[in-house]
Design a protein around this ligand. Structure first.
Ligand code: GLY
Ligand code: MN
Ligand code: MN
Length: 432
């Protein structure tokens, strides 16, 4: 598998089609039929992007993508389990080709193509225009219709079936998505590895006087240079006081000696996100106070990672959750300038799931206990406005049978190791 991904990357192709074979998507659809055994599930892919906004390209709807791997717009998935009367059904609906549009988009696959089944991995591929009648037919054998509640797709189905109550598939699908397969974990490992290399590219060029946008440029260039399709989220590159803004998206500040630089940025490779944050000194050395606070964040992170195991919880309000663990740690260690505890300066949750989306499978699903095969972040931080200091350390962690594996462990977190690595990289100054 690793070889397959590497070969596809060497060939400069998008690795999606080959990184995950049709059989895995079929197995995911089978798991969906088991999870929702009493009805027809309908998922809509994204439509073509809004022609008025040319800033960003098409990105497939992640739930639809999870079950199909299909990257073209305007498609629909229908899945239904076997009943006494009817066999299991899996249908992919594709829009008809449009030669005018194809002058802009390039060739698209449609249901009439002789190789449509081989290309999509579906036994049944039909045109979108036959979706409604096919849905009605499928519903002769099933009581329920599952959709993603609150989406435009759900409204379309409601308009077709005004008298039927629709059921929500969001939670069942989220549960499937949160447990990663071996292939998904391997793809996340690759996104993490590329992200680590791009962070190191920044460390190599870091010096006072550098602008935030130059760091963003190095990160994004580093992701694409290594064969990944895009940043998994808008890079957060906050120098000095900008590190206090959790999702800071400015890029124009010049960084000064003596400041910290918070870099929360990661690649999306073959569809899978990483999510890594490091906070490093612009001139290569932490001041004593920066180091004191940094070490507290690092120790809190180590305590949280040590507590990651099946059955642990992320969110406040749940038993033995990691968010309260970290907040309590900050309350018991260190003080602000007025001698007060630090817990109140940890102003967000401890982490979230990572996968096809950087905040994977919706926030609601962070509620359940952790299970082996889940991939999460552990990201404590302290943001102290009075001191103009913001520090976050964020790693990607795989939940294992007994505990956790830190997938991003090879990017240094220890302050001495960071200073050493910055010293050697900055001294060599590979990038001016
Ligand atoms: N990069 C966004 C987050 O850490 O959740
Ligand atoms: Mn995160
Ligand atoms: Mn992050």
């Amino acid at each position: 598998m690793r070889l397959l991904v590497a070969l596809a990357l060497l060939a400069g192709e998008t690795v999606w089609a080959r990184a995950i074979p049709h059989e895995e998507f079929r197995a995911r659809r089978e798991a969906l039929r088991k999870a929702l055994p009493d009805g027809v599930t309908v998922l809509f892919g994204r439509a073509e992007r809004d022609a008025e906004d040319l800033r960003s390209g098409f990105a497939q709807e992640p739930n639809f993508l999870y079950f199909t791997g299909w990257q073209e717009p305007g498609a629909i998935l229908l899945v239904a389990p076997a009943t006494g009367e009817a066999p299991a059904q899996e249908v992919l609906f594709l829009p008809d080709r449009n030669p005018d549009r194809e002058r802009y988009t390039g060739r698209r696959v449609d249901a009439g193509d002789p190789d449509a089944r081989a290309v999509t991995g579906f036994e049944e591929v039909l045109p979108v225009r036959s979706f409604e009648s096919r849905l009605f037919r499928a519903l002769e054998a099933y009581r329920r219709v599952y959709v993603l509640a609150g989406t435009a797709g759900a409204e379309k189905v409601r308009a077709m079936l005004p008298l039927r109550e629709l059921s929500d598939a969001t939670e069942a699908i989220g549960r499937l998505r949160l447990k990663k397969s071996a292939r998904e974990i391997e793809l996340i490992r690759r996104s993490v590895q590329v992200t680590i290399e791009a962070h190191r590219d920044v460390w190599r060029r870091l010096k006072p006087g550098l602008f935030e946008y130059q760091v963003v440029s190095t990160l994004v260039g580093g992701f694409l240079e290594r064969g990944c399709e895009r940043p998994a989220y808008t890079p957060i590159v906050g120098s000095g006081p900008n590190a206090l803004v959790l999702h800071y998206s400015g890029i124009f500040r010049r960084m000064e000696a003596g400041e910290l630089l918070l870099i929360d940025s990661a690649a999306e490779c073959a569809g899978y996100a990483a999510d890594i944050t490091r906070t490093i000194p612009v001139s290569g050395k932490f001041t004593p106070r920066q180091r004191e606070l940094y070490e507290l964040v690092l120790q809190a992170q180590q305590a949280a990672i040590a507590a990651v195991k099946p059955g642990a919880y992320l969110r406040r309000g749940e038993p033995n959750n990691l968010t309260d663990l970290v907040r309590d740690y900050f309350d018991r260690h260190g003080k602000d300038l007025r001698g007060n505890p630090l817990g109140k300066y940890f102003t967000h949750g401890i982490g979230h799931h990572v996968g096809l989306e950087v905040h994977d499978a919706g926030k609601l699903l962070m509620a359940g206990p952790l299970e082996p095969g889940m991939v999460i972040t552990v990201e404590p931080g302290l943001y102290i406005p009075e001191e103009g200091i913001g520090i976050r350390i964020e790693d990607v962690v795989l939940v294992t049978e007994r505990g956790a594996e830190v997938l991003s462990a090879s990017l240094p977190r220890d302050p001495d190791a960071i200073e050493r690595e910055l010293a050697s990289r900055m001294a060599h100054g590979a990038i001016p």
